[in-house]
Design a protein around this ligand. Structure first.
Ligand SMILES: [Zn+2]
Ligand SMILES: [Zn+2]
Length: 153
């Protein structure tokens, strides 16, 4: 386990948060959390479920989904609703944006501090109160460019 040390601290954090929020840290929840931290960023509930079933064959997809939603409420992950994508969960809690590959659907993090701190357009208050801003970039990722695929899979 390469990331055992890495997750130990995060598990402590999880325990603390659950305790503060009155949420019981069940074995299933803990395993879901570990899986979440072990996968690459932006996993779907289905991916976590598939990986988890090797260890916990009785786990239900619905349980995984609800647990991830709880983690979202606790601020441990961020639920992502990217255009044309099913719900993904982001373990990167820093302010960032997303690039989505049109070919392989890979989601990459994009940082753009100048955008994050730039002044909002004049009169934007007309539409309502802005609470956050998030950019979605669509294109072809470096890997797909290298492979030279031109058509959608
Ligand atoms: Zn790609
Ligand atoms: Zn992200």
């Amino acid at each position: 386990m390469d990331n055992a040390k890495f997750t130990k601290q995060q598990i402590e954090e999880l325990k603390k948060l659950c305790g503060e929020s009155g949420i019981k840290l069940t074995h299933q929840r803990l395993e879901i959390f570990k899986e979440l931290m072990a996968v690459s960023n932006h996993p779907s509930a289905e991916l976590i479920y598939k990986r988890l079933r090797r260890k916990l064959p009785t786990v239900a997809l619905d349980t995984v989904y609800r647990t991830l939603a709880t983690f979202d409420e606790l601020g441990l992950v961020k639920k992502l609703h990217l255009m044309n994508e099913r719900t993904l969960f982001d373990t990167n809690l820093k302010v960032h944006h997303h690039f989505i590959c049109n070919h392989c659907r890979k989601v990459e993090d994009i940082y753009w501090q100048r955008f994050d701190s730039c002044k909002l357009p004049e009169g934007i208050g007309e539409v309502g109160m802005i609470e956050s801003r998030h950019l979605e970039f669509h294109g072809v990722c470096r890997n797909c460019l290298n492979i030279g695929r031109k058509d959608k899979q």
